[in-house]
Design a protein around this ligand. Structure first.
Ligand SMILES: [Fe+2]
Ligand SMILES: [Fe+2]
Length: 141
């Protein structure tokens, strides 16, 4: 479910949305990594599917809400942030593209591969920098 409205406009509430989403994505990724290296491939696939769903319903939904509302409002109010906002939108595109690639590979392979594990871990790294970037750049008065 996307969180809309005033929660995104304030640093404290926006940051707590980021922290909650990051912690949960990291926890599911940790579980999936462990299952992969323990060679528990059936459970690993379940964790990977849960993780795809998590990225789609929490992180990408948050990104969609930002692109469609929060960023547009900010661009009108603070056109000097145009470059930063385009960079953050590009991060959102990367989330969408990487998750779509993982989904495609899951449907082709019907098991988790090392490539998928790498991509899930890359998503977390991008998300960490993305969150920090938004928090440090978009809330100055
Ligand atoms: Fe974002
Ligand atoms: Fe955000």
């Amino acid at each position: 479910m996307a969180i809309t409205g005033p929660a995104l406009r304030h640093l404290d509430s926006h940051r707590s949305i980021h922290q909650g989403a990051y912690a949960e994505a990291r926890d599911i990724t940790d579980v999936m990594n462990r299952l992969f290296y323990d060679n528990r491939m059936e459970d690993c696939l379940k964790a990977a599917n849960a993780l795809v769903e998590y990225w789609e319903t929490r992180v990408i939904a948050h990104a969609d809400t930002e692109d469609e509302g929060f960023y547009k409002e900010l661009l009108e109010k603070k056109p000097e942030l145009t470059k930063e906002i385009h960079m953050f939108s590009r991060d959102h595109d990367l989330f969408r593209k990487i998750v779509a690639d993982i989904k495609e590979e899951i449907s082709e392979e019907e098991k988790v591969t090392k490539n998928m594990v790498n991509q899930f871990n890359a998503l977390l790294i991008i998300k960490k920098h993305h969150n920090k970037g938004e928090e440090e750049n978009l809330f100055t008065e």
